[in-house]
Design a protein around this ligand. Structure first.
Ligand code: ADP
Ligand code: ADP
Length: 226
């Protein structure tokens, strides 16, 4: 069901299921969905200036510099396409990014509705990312055990080939997890202090996680009165 004026952040570790839930929410809520990892991978593929600036960081499993990614999101918020709400996946990932987002939204006379933390242990993440497969055309997400495609190696949605992301190699995953704990996990407290944080147990199966997220969101819209 369309849910207007919902300004939502999906927060959580790499491989926690943000993309999986984001794809579902985007369909349910009919809101613009900004997954910064997808946006950056498209920029790398198209060899844009942003892609060139981001590539080496992404390959190492480091975060790209704040100013690069803040500009990407600011542009979308200013464009008008997100005037009735948005879902952010993978942004913000640092406290300076979160502060920049707050500033941009208040400039636009808006504010966040809620942050949903999809909480998953490091152990589970390593398992999930080692089995993650994504389609080359659109980045649709699968897992060899937990969410396999109907035909091995082929995307159910667009028929393109399924591959392992370069940054899902085990040593890069370990580095991404260190980055998460150092730079992104402080956002849990940041948003808790603003009374925006809502935790969902991300270790449940994807349908269960989806139900938890959806029932949370129904309480937000009641509070919004929309
Ligand atoms: P995952 O889905 O595994 O969490 P993403 O696809 O969101 O990973 O991100 C892939 C990579 O893109 C990150 O490791 C990082 O290099 C870069 N990236 C994505 N979003 C951001 C961000 N908000 N700030 C800095 N770097 C980012
Ligand atoms: P993120 O966007 O947070 O990096 P993804 O949605 O890409 O996470 O999920 C990472 C991997 O884990 C994918 O292979 C996905 O199919 C799988 N996955 C997602 N949610 C779950 C879940 N609840 N249980 C088991 N596997 C999951």
């Amino acid at each position: 069901m369309p849910n207007r004026n919902l300004n939502l952040i999906l927060l959580g570790p790499p491989g926690g299921g943000k993309g999986t839930q984001g794809e579902r929410l985007q369909e349910d809520l009919e809101l613009p969905y900004y997954a910064t990892g997808d946006i950056l991978r498209a920029a790398v593929r198209d060899q844009t200036e942003i892609g060139k600036a981001a590539k080496e960081y992404m390959d190492r499993g480091d975060l790209v510099p704040d100013d690069v990614i803040i500009g990407v999101i600011a542009e979308r918020l200013e464009s008008g396409e997100a005037d009735h709400g948005f879902i952010l996946d993978g942004f913000p990932r640092t406290v300076p990014q979160a502060e920049a987002l707050d500033r941009k939204l208040s400039e636009l006379g808006r504010q966040l509705t809620a942050v949903v933390l999809i909480d998953v242990s490091d152990e589970e993440i390593v398992h999930r990312l080692s089995g993650r497969r994504v389609c080359v055309d659109a980045g649709h997400v699968y897992h060899v055990d937990f969410n396999p495609p109907a035909t091995e190696g082929v995307c159910d949605i667009d028929g393109s080939e399924l591959i392992v992301r370069d940054d899902d190699e085990p040593e890069v995953v370990r580095h991404r997890l260190v980055q998460y704990h150092e730079k992104t996990a402080p956002l849990v407290d940041f948003y808790r202090k603003q009374a925006l944080l809502n935790r969902v147990d991300g270790s449940q199966d994807p349908d269960r996680v989806g139900e938890s997220v959806r029932s949370l969101i129904s309480t937000f819209s009641l509070e919004e009165g929309s």
